[in-house]
Write a protein that binds this ligand. Structure first.
Ligand code: SF4
Length: 119
């Protein structure tokens, strides 16, 4: 079977065709496209981005993401873990908020700093 997809690793957006029997990839311009094509038909992964509740801060949500892509199958479970967070300001960009989320080897980190609310 052949699967078609667009490589999302750079703005060039090469049109890939993966032969799922031979695991060969065509249409890629570089090795990243080949790796992406094979990963998409074996274990597709994505970086998860979201926001988490925070109390006592200048704003009441902080943007977060996984520091490594995780299996697409785990995205909803990962969102649930993020929704369970109950953080307190201050939070600094890069802080690890959940270590090794769902045993994926990826951490949930803050992508924004949130200082304490004044007064
Ligand atoms: S195959 Fe390489 S050049 Fe083409 S979109 Fe992917 S990363 Fe970019």
């Amino acid at each position: 079977m052949k699967k078609e997809m667009v490589c999302i690793n750079c703005p060039r957006g090469c049109h890939l065709v993966v032969d799922t029997e031979t695991m060969t990839v065509t249409g890629n311009t570089c090795i990243r496209g080949k790796n992406y094509g094979i990963s998409e038909v074996t274990n597709p992964v994505r970086t998860v981005t979201s926001t988490a509740k925070i109390s006592g801060g200048e704003i009441n949500r902080v943007s977060v993401k996984t520091d490594k892509p995780i299996s697409k199958k785990l995205i909803f479970a990962c969102m649930d873990e993020i929704n369970k967070l109950s953080l307190k300001a201050p939070i600094n960009i890069g802080d690890i908020l959940i270590k090794n989320v769902l045993n994926t080897g990826s951490n949930i980190i803050a992508t924004k700093s949130v200082g304490k609310k004044n007064g």
